[in-house]
Design a protein around this ligand. Structure first.
Ligand code: ASP
Length: 594
């Protein structure tokens, strides 16, 4: 521990103004400021400090001729000391104006300064601290949060939740809390469990989402519920995930999918207008899942730019080209897109495209470049003139432009989708800043090859599309559902569905999922029971708040918009969680130590 004794700490005066608010109009005013010393520059005679509070920074000047006492104290100031400072706002000389700082036209001529509390030397510089190692920054998160980018992210987050609350409250939604100590919920991840002391051997689960409770609230007649809800999922933290995260969660009675989507269109338009000054144009496009897969190769399409995938199969029905023919014979298709921004590519650029496709897991990417009325392509010599001509026309390929195609079934979707993103990065194309799209009617089930059974694509309460009810048992994989996901710039912001509200239908779905009666009774018996007491038709949705704020703040990771996030291994370097507990605690819980 660094020695902090000896720094005289004095009485402090309460602020009259915030640092970041001062402007030319305040020149001549005497102000008292409270805040942290960001930097100190000693220019021999005169000392400058940048003083920081929640609102921003202002420059304070200590001149020995104005106040020798204040100047003497200023000499002892170090980074991150807390001070209270009285002084006069004055205009900076023209050559000293700092146009990058909102307060850059003024400075404070200090008359008095008191050290309110001292600080050890921080383990990393606050300004520019973004470069420091992340574990170190998380270990001292309270210092990391002093950086203005971090402060701005948390301010934005708070404003997002406030706007959401205001928007929903004005439309009759009730904010209702649901339990944290509960039973397992069916979102498909591993539960975090909490041992019960009063009932030894039994466990609560932390909620993966408030799904079951929000449906019960609809049975309870609350009609419109929402919650800024904490959710817990014990997953391996690959990618940008956190074991605990926050959802904007809502549920409504007497609705169809369009009612939920329409309201959410309005909510996002409101948020982006109020908080970013961006006008979105609701309603956002609705794209059925099948269409999304065909046109973008993914259920999370990035629709900021074109490069939509087209199907050229029809042109190659009688082709002599082996790769294409065998794909078609195997029930596949020949699909691809024109690479935006690429013209007269060198061989190396084309090889890079193929290499990228290989990295994405697909070997057979074929490129075609228009050269007059011919194409340059590894498959050119196998193509008939009519196939070439048809392709040039269908793809609207101009001289020197490039088409990439992949032949095969749905397994080539990730390649085509990945190539779209890759090509967009390759030649930055004109892109919308925020592009929202709804993906609807997901398949109700998917086949789990490992467990050899059907699984719910969303969760088991999702209603099948009406016209699929007749063949649910016969052809489960063909059934679609009343589900919808909202996607922004290729990121899934959230998803939901209209729910099953008839116990018979719910039981049918459980049966297809291969859940035994006892299992259903044990896991969801209480929900089926509630459904015997007049459940209203209902539906809802949940959005990942962390991801939403991350995108709105233009950040790269959700950790940057969470006050106290965990590392990839689920640890909190600040508190040291997770940690061992005392033997005594284990004993009370009747748990044996490892
Ligand atoms: N509970 C669902 C989820 O967390 C969302 C919903 O269906 O409302 O994904």
């Amino acid at each position: 521990m660094e020695e902090l004794k000896g720094v005289p700490v004095e009485e402090w005066e309460k602020r009259t103004r915030y640092c970041g608010d001062l402007r030319s109009a305040d020149v001549g005013d005497e102000v008292v400021l409270n805040g942290w010393v960001q930097t100190r520059r000693d220019h021999g005679g005169v000392i400058f400090i940048d003083l920081r509070d929640i609102s921003g920074l202002v420059q304070v000047v200590f001149n020995p001729e104005v106040s020798p006492e204040a100047h003497a104290v200023a000499r002892s100031l170090r980074s991150e000391y807390v001070v209270s400072c009285r002084g006069m706002v004055r205009a900076r000389p023209p050559e000293a104006v700092n146009p990058r700082l909102p307060t850059g036209e003024v400075e404070i001529m200090a008359e008095r300064v008191a050290v309110v509390s001292a600080s050890q030397t921080p383990p990393f510089e606050i300004e520019g601290g973004g470069e420091a190692d992340e574990t170190l920054r998380l270990r001292y998160r309270y210092l990391d949060l002093r950086r203005c980018e971090q402060r701005d992210a948390l301010i934005l987050r708070s404003r997002v939740t406030k706007e959401v609350r205001d928007f929903l409250a004005a439309r009759g939604f009730l904010e209702i809390e649901t339990p944290m100590l509960t039973k397992s919920t069916p979102e498909g991840a591993r539960d975090f469990v909490v041992p019960s002391r009063l009932q030894p051997g039994k466990f609560y689960a932390l909620p993966q989402s408030p799904q079951l409770f929000k449906q019960l609230l609809m049975v309870a007649g609350m009609e419109r519920y929402y919650q800024i809800a904490r959710c817990f999922r014990d997953e391996d933290l690959r990618a940008d995930r956190q074991p605990e995260f926050t959802q904007i969660d809502l549920e409504m009675s007497f609705v169809e999918p369009e009612d939920v989507m329409g309201l959410m269109d309005e909510m996002f338009a409101h948020l982006f207008r109020e908080l970013l000054g961006v006008e979105l144009n609701p309603p956002f496009p609705r794209l059925e899942w099948r269409e999304a897969m065909d046109r973008y190769g993914t259920d999370r399409p990035d629709t900021r730019w074109g490069m939509e995938i087209e199907d050229f199969s029809g042109l190659y029905a009688a082709t002599a080209c082996k790769v294409f023919r065998s794909a078609l014979e195997g029930g596949g298709r020949i699909r691809g897109f024109k690479v935006a921004g690429m013209r007269d590519p060198a061989r190396r650029e084309l090889d890079d495209l193929v290499a990228e496709a290989q990295r994405l897991g697909g070997g057979g990417l074929v490129w075609m470049v228009r050269e007059g009325d011919e194409i340059r392509s590894p498959v050119a010599k196998f193509l008939e003139p009519r196939e070439v001509e048809g392709t040039l026309r269908a793809a609207e390929l101009q001289e020197g432009e490039v088409l990439v195609v992949a032949a095969g079934g749905d397994e080539v979707n990730p390649v085509l989708s990945g190539m779209r993103s890759y090509c967009a990065r390759l030649h930055p194309v004109e892109a919308e800043r925020f592009s929202f799209v709804w993906v609807t009617r997901f398949p109700l089930f998917e086949w789990d090859d490992e467990e050899k059974r059907y699984k719910s694509n969303h969760h088991p309460f999702t209603a099948p599309s009406r016209e699929c009810l007749e063949f649910l048992e016969e052809r489960p994989l063909e059934a679609t559902s009343d589900s919808y996901d909202l996607v922004l710039n290729g990121v899934e912001l959230g998803g939901g569905s209209v729910r099953i509200h008839r116990p018979e239908l719910q039981e049918r779905v459980f049966r297809i999922l291969g859940l035994r009666e006892e299992e259903v009774e044990e896991k969801f018996g209480f929900l089926l029971e509630a459904f015997r007491y007049g459940p209203p038709p209902h539906g809802g949705i949940a959005f990942g708040l962390d991801r939403l704020v991350m995108i709105m703040a233009g950040r790269e990771s959700i950790r940057e918009v969470i006050a106290f996030p965990k590392t990839q291994s689920g640890a909190d370097p600040l508190t040291g969680a997770p940690d061992l507990v005392y033997q005594e605690q284990l004993k009370e819980l009747r748990l044996r130590p490892l």
